[in-house]
Ligand binder design. Structure first.
Ligand SMILES: [Zn+2]
Ligand SMILES: [Zn+2]
Length: 252
């Protein structure tokens, strides 16, 4: 196989796995409890999220608090990342990162209704978020590129691996509330950006998701396809997860 292709396959595989763990574990499980896991399976999912997101690991606890705020105040004052309050995607993501950091370090005062019901593995969260660990992951990716790259310009792709989690978040939060079509007249600006959302594994069906925040399938019309939902259906069929909400049914 052409070695140049190896870099692109590596990027595509990492991109897809990172999009899947964010959409399935941090979003649909931690924030919305759309499916159930045994305590052991939850730990396996959590560890997998760390291994896949690597240098840009996001704590499911802080993610869930932030995301529940987003749903409660979608595109209004109080929404952590409403595009209409920012001139560009970078300023929006900077503000989002600050708020995430405050939740992560317990230096914020979230409303009590946004707390609880998320995976709380404090030791892993702390370890994964330490700078030496993040830099260690980044160095490992750089060494992999040194081994596999066949041209200098391929190194320009390396930063995408380093900030994969925030890149996915930026695409979803910016495009999903700005561009695309609407199936439902919701009170926010949510939109569906891609009829076939392979890029973010279903996350860009924002309008469908805000209309029915507890619905596991983000696709709603015949031409829409939600890859994360398809994978979760297979995992449920295999007995790895159980579909249906846990004790926090109705959390939106
Ligand atoms: Zn949204
Ligand atoms: Zn959501």
């Amino acid at each position: 196989m052409d070695l140049a292709m190896t870099i692109f396959i590596l990027l595509a595989v990492h991109w897809s796995l990172a999009a899947f763990v964010q959409s399935s574990f941090q979003h649909r499980y931690a924030s919305h409890r759309m499916f159930s896991l045994t305590p052991r399976a939850e730990r396996v999912f959590h560890m997998l999220t760390f291994l896949v997101q690597g240098p840009s690991y996001l704590s499911p606890r802080a993610y869930a608090i932030l995301h529940r705020e987003h749903h409660a105040y979608s595109d209004g004052v109080g929404d952590p990342h409403a595009p209409k309050f920012f001139s560009n995607v970078l300023t929006m993501m900077w503000a989002t990162a600050q708020r995430y950091g405050a939740h992560f370090n317990c230096k914020s005062s979230p409303e009590p209704r946004f707390l609880g019901g998320y995976p709380d593995w404090a030791a892993l969260d702390r370890f994964a978020s330490r700078w030496p660990v993040r830099i260690g992951w980044g160095t490992a990716y750089a060494l992999l590129y040194l081994w596999l790259a066949t041209a200098w310009w391929q190194f320009l792709l390396l930063p995408v691996h380093w900030v994969m989690g925030p890149v996915h978040g930026a695409i979803v939060n910016w495009c999903g509330h700005r561009y695309g079509y609407r199936n439902y007249a919701t009170n926010d600006a949510s939109r569906n950006f891609l009829p076939l959302d392979f890029l973010t594994f279903g996350e860009l069906f924002q309008n469908n998701h805000h209309r029915a925040p507890g619905r596991l399938n983000f696709a709603a019309r015949w031409f829409e396809f939600d890859p994360t939902f398809a994978v979760l259906r297979v995992l449920a069929w295999a007995g790895t997860i159980r579909l249906g909400p846990t004790s926090l049914a109705g959390l939106s």
